[in-house]
Design a protein around this ligand. Structure first.
Ligand SMILES: [Mg+2]
Length: 254
């Protein structure tokens, strides 16, 4: 069942005279899930292609990411709390913000080596294999903030079958939240970004997708729904089904 991005139920606006709002006896009901088969993007699809983020969207790499960045921070003398809030951003941009400029190239090499070597526990997320398998060649791509060697290591560790179009941090000048990764993925597929759906778990990726003119589907695997500004928000890819015909990809509630 899809958890669509319905507005949160509240007790309603406060009365105009400034008195306390009416007490609410019942707890707020969760948003009604869309019925199975409901088109989640009425009037917007079908999409020419689906552009997937990788970490947190298709695969769970969180344990590896946390282990490696904690080791990196210790070696670089960076306080652990300064690692918060960077999810979905390329390592080079994170390092550039956290260590002196002259140390950035070495710091980037070090985190890359740690992460390529430590892929323990990387697994596909629910619905990821089915979503990838539903899309024929030319209708899907991955746009990741990983470098190419790291993306290859994580794809292999997770066992997912990656699409042939795989845009990495090594392919772009500006990573997420810049729109360049998604624009390049669409270009390599030969489609208009405005006819693409981006699936993301991170605010930085969603910002890049919106800036590229793509429709957005957020999964709440790593970030709570109220932190995700997307056209539709679901728990994970198991909540949707991708239906392909000659016109493109329609996204329906599972
Ligand atoms: Mg991600």
């Amino acid at each position: 069942m899809a958890e669509t991005a319905a507005p949160e139920t509240t007790a309603g606006p406060p009365p105009p005279d400034g008195t306390a709002p009416e007490p609410v006896d019942e707890p707020a009901a969760p948003p009604a899930p869309a019925a199975a088969g409901t088109d989640l993007y009425p009037g917007r699809g079908p999409f020419a292609a689906v552009l997937f983020d990788m970490d947190g969207t298709l695969i769970d790499s969180t344990p590896s990411v946390e282990r490696c960045w904690a080791r990196w921070a210790e070696a670089e003398g960076v306080p652990l709390e300064r690692l918060l809030g960077w999810h979905g951003v390329p390592a080079r941009a994170i390092a550039a913000a956290l260590v002196p400029a002259e140390r950035v190239p070495d710091a980037v090499r070090r985190i890359e080596a740690l992460e390529v070597a430590d892929t323990d526990g990387i697994t596909p997320l629910p619905g990821a294999a089915e979503a990838l398998a539903a899309l024929p060649a030319g209708r899907s791509a991955i746009a990741t903030s990983c470098t190419r060697p790291l993306a290859a290591a994580r794809v292999a560790a997770s066992g997912i079958t990656a699409p042939s179009v795989l845009v990495t941090a090594d392919d772009v000048t500006h990573g997420k939240p810049d729109p360049e990764p998604f624009r390049l993925a669409a270009e390599r597929l030969g489609v208009d970004p405005a006819r693409c759906l981006v699936v993301e778990d991170a605010p930085a990726g969603l910002a890049g997708a919106r800036a590229a003119g793509c429709a957005t589907l957020a999964v709440t695997t790593t970030t709570p729904p109220d932190g995700l500004d997307a056209d539709v928000v679901v728990r994970d890819l198991a909540a949707v089904r991708l239906v392909v015909d000659d016109d493109g990809v329609t996204v329906v509630a599972a």
